[in-house]
Every structure is written in C-alpha cells, then in structure tokens.
Design a protein around this ligand. Structure first.
Ligand code: ZN
Length: 485
C-alpha cells in the first residue's frame, strides 16, 4: 500500500533543501562560466568544434636578440578540429616566414595531431610520426586550453575544481584533471579570459603556458572566443583570429595512424636518438666535435681548453664535454663560447655551467645567460638544478683576442647578420680556420646569411682557408665565396 502523503512530504523536503542549499564557490564558479558560454546543457552537448582562421607565430628563443619578438611567421589556412568527446585534436596551418629564415622564404604546411595520449606530426608526404616527450606533454595540455574542452573536463567525475579566488577584477579556480592541473580565469560575468598550466621547457625550465581568449562570438547558440593567443611565461608565441567556427561539423579522420603507436612503443625514451660525438682535427689545437645535426668545436690553449657551443640538449653537451676531455687529456676545460642565444645552440649551456665552465658570449647576451642560469628547473631537475652554482659570464663586444704561448683565437661579432644581432664567430689565424654557426651551413638548401658572413671575413681581411661550421661539414673558403657572392 502506498502512502501518498509521506511521499509528497519527502519530495517537498528535497525541493526545499535544493532551494535553500547554496552552491559551493567551486560549483558557482563553473556554473557562471557555463552560463556565460550559453548554458551547461549546450556546452555538454557539444561534440566537436572546428576553428578556421589566420594568425601569426613568433620565434621564441630564435629571434635576433634574446627575448626579442621581431620575427613573425604569417599563419594562413589555420584549422583546429577539436573532438571533445574522444579527446582528439588536429591542427593544420601554413606558416610563411616574414624574415630571413634559414629554410628560405617558402610557405611550410604543418599538421599536428593528438589522439588521447598520443601526439604526432604529419609531414608533407602524408607520413605520420610521433613527437618527442616534451612536445607530447605540451600538446596534451593544449587540448584543454579551450573553454569548451576544459569545462567539459571539469564536469567529469575524475576532475576537481579547487581554490576559487578573486584576483583584482577577475576570478580564478584550479581545475585538476588526472593528467594535469589548469588555472581558469573568468571575468565578473563568468566569461573565460584565460587558461594556464605548468610545463617544463628544456631551455627555460619551469614555465607557465597560457592561452587567452577574447572576441567572443555566437556559434550556434554558444559563445566562443574568436581570438586566441598563446604565451610561454610572458612571451607571446602565437595568435589566431577565427574567421569561421563550426560546432559538431565534419571532423574528418582524427585517430592516430597505427604506425604512430608502433613507432612510439619502439622508442620509449622520448624518441631521441643516442648522442654521438666525433672529434675531427681541423688544424693544430682545433677540433670539430661533430654531432648529428649540431656540432661544437674544441680549442687547446697552453693550460686550458675552450669549447665553442653547447647545443641541442644536456645529454649532447655532457657527451661533448667528455669527448673534449678525452681528446686532450690532462688540460682543464674551463671556457664555453656561446656563439649566440638561440635555444638549439644553448640547450646544454646550463650543463656546461654546472661543469664549472665560464661562459663567453656577446655583450648583448650576457644578462640573458645570467638569467638562464638562475631559472628554476624543479619540474625536471637538470645538471645545474642538481648542482647549483652561479654562472661566470664574460662579454665580448666587437672583438676579443684570446692568446697564450700555444694558441691565438679572436672572437668577432658577426656584424649586421640577419640571423642574430648578438652572434660571434671565432678565427684561428695559425690554422687559417673560421669557426661559425648558422651564418653558413655547407650543404644546406639555402644560406640566406652567408653573404653577410663573407663580408665580415673580407672587411676584416681574415686569412681563412677553411670554414668550420657547427652545422654541416667543413668546407673550403671558396665554397663560402661562391655561396655568398
Ligand atoms: Zn641560430
């Protein structure tokens, strides 16, 4: 027998509780964000989003001077397809350098995929290959750097919303997923302004990646940002302006090809090939320490050794240092010449500092080297984080000679070179060699900076027989003359 009056009473109590119960600050925060974007049910129902537009990419760590943002790639044909339900994303874009780029001025198409935890790139021939561990981590985070994906995730049982706070005119909360924690910033009306998350960068160490959102527009009843921009700490790395946004349209194939998963399990350690270093004598007291793509050089003085460049990674630089000590046993390796500030040529600089080497670089890089040596690397402690010491940095302006009984070497600024404003080259008159990087890479398809290098050698009347490049193989001076003419 049913007792309708009791049932009615129970329902009334539940309704009364629901009416009185105030949402927690965490729930209020998420509710406000949902409301600002068009309502929870509409957001939860969205399965995919396609953003198409144009924009720019900047050249983090590879610009003319440390921390400059003068070099821009124009982005056309941008298309980001987000499969919210299946955790997949594909970004296609064509980037065209608007500066003297080492690969030449032609547009390059890029395709970047993410399928769950697997990140991959697709090359011009349509072949997919997995990316390294660092890029994979960044891409997995990037998937949630959009209000739609992060709010979807915030509502799942495995996510928690924590630490709602007011910061000036905005509100923030941490949204913790099983994989990573994000900070969502909303304005007074609940509109998402930015999403950030912590990351590790081989050169910069601990960084905060932030995506900012503005120009909200109506997309099938939802409010979504048409302007998105990405930052690494305070450095803007990309900006996209959407021309069209499509909800629940055709996504195309977003799953990772089977070959990607196979390649990934074949090489579990971050996909980097093992480091090899070959010492090649290029004159009395001068060696090229050749690597796969990035080399160093070694110079022997009476009582010490000098290394030129610590490129690519800590692992490479430690192997290069070991090879230097093996090549000339018994003399201390005390100096590292950092030819220029570019990330690919300085990724091992902190390891060299940890080994006690004094860094010698252009005056325009000195403060930057000191800052790089001080940056926290707590998320993946590197050699310097494990063995902290202050960097000793010596600056070179236009030129500086290093001379003792057995060696004379002069560092010159590569004046007016469009590759970098603060770049050095090394001249060893006794061996008639010039050691330089990036200005001339023998064998490269294009060498847009070679003419300037030639001028730098000729205007100083340096007697050079051979170019020792830190990319490519050594080449006779005639080859530079031919290329730079
Ligand atoms: Zn460079």
């Amino acid at each position: 027998m049913t007792r309708p009056h009791l049932l009615f009473a129970a329902v009334a109590v539940t309704l009364a509780l629901a009416g009185c119960a105030r949402p927690t600050p965490e729930q209020q925060f998420i509710d406000d964000a949902f409301a600002a974007l068009g309502g929870r049910s509409r957001i939860e129902a969205a399965k995919s989003l396609t953003i198409e537009g144009t924009g720019v990419n900047y050249n983090l760590g590879q610009d003319m001077k440390p921390e400059a943002a003068t070099q821009v790639f124009a982005i056309t044909g941008y298309k980001r397809v987000i499969d919210v339900t299946n955790g997949r994303q594909r970004v296609e874009q064509t980037r065209t350098p608007k500066f003297a780029y080492f690969q030449g001025p032609q547009p390059q198409k890029q395709i970047q995929g993410l399928d769950g935890t697997v990140a991959f790139n697709v090359n011009a021939a349509g072949q997919a290959a997995p990316v390294g561990a660092a890029a994979e981590a960044d891409r997995r985070a990037d998937f949630f750097h959009h209000p739609l994906t992060l709010l979807h995730a915030a509502q799942t049982a495995t996510a928690t919303v924590q630490n709602v706070r007011t910061v000036g005119a905005v509100r923030q909360a941490n949204i913790k997923t099983p994989h990573l924690q994000f900070t969502l910033t909303i304005d007074a009306a609940g509109v998402p302004l930015s999403i950030s998350s912590n990351a590790y960068h081989a050169n910069l160490g601990d960084v905060v990646m932030t995506t900012t959102f503005s120009n909200y527009q109506d997309v099938n009843g939802l409010k979504l940002p048409a302007r998105l921009a990405g930052k690494v700490d305070d450095f803007t790395t990309w900006e996209i302006l959407a021309a069209t946004q499509t909800l629940d349209g055709q996504t195309g194939e977003l799953a990772a090809p089977a070959s990607v998963a196979t390649a990934r399990t074949d090489k579990p350690e971050g996909l980097s090939p093992p480091v090899t270093v070959i010492a090649e004598a290029v004159g009395k007291g001068v060696w090229l320490l050749a690597g796969q793509s990035h080399h160093s050089a070694l110079v022997e003085f009476s009582d010490h050794l000098m290394l030129i460049d610590a490129p690519q990674s800590e692992a490479r630089t430690l192997a290069v240092i070991a090879k230097a000590r093996e090549t000339v046993p018994g003399k201390p390796l005390t100096q590292l010449v950092t030819t220029h500030h570019h990330f690919d040529h300085t990724a091992g600089m902190r390891a060299a500092i940890a080994e006690g080497l004094t860094v010698i670089t252009h005056e325009g890089n000195k403060a930057w080297v000191e800052r790089m040596a001080k940056r926290p690397h707590t998320r993946r402690p590197d050699a310097l984080a494990k063995n902290p010491r202050a960097a000793t940095v010596e600056a070179v302006d236009a030129e500086r000679e290093f001379k003792d009984a057995s060696m004379a070497l002069t560092l010159y600024q590569v004046d007016g070179n469009p590759h970098s404003d603060t770049m050095l080259m090394a001249y060893v008159p006794s061996a008639r060699v010039l050691i330089q990087v990036d200005a001339f890479s023998p064998g490269a398809q294009t060498n847009p900076y070679a003419a300037n290098l030639l001028q730098n050698i000729q205007s100083r009347k340096l007697a050079v027989d051979r170019i020792v490049p830190l990319h490519g193989t050594t080449a006779p001076m005639e080859e530079l003359i031919k290329t730079g003419r």
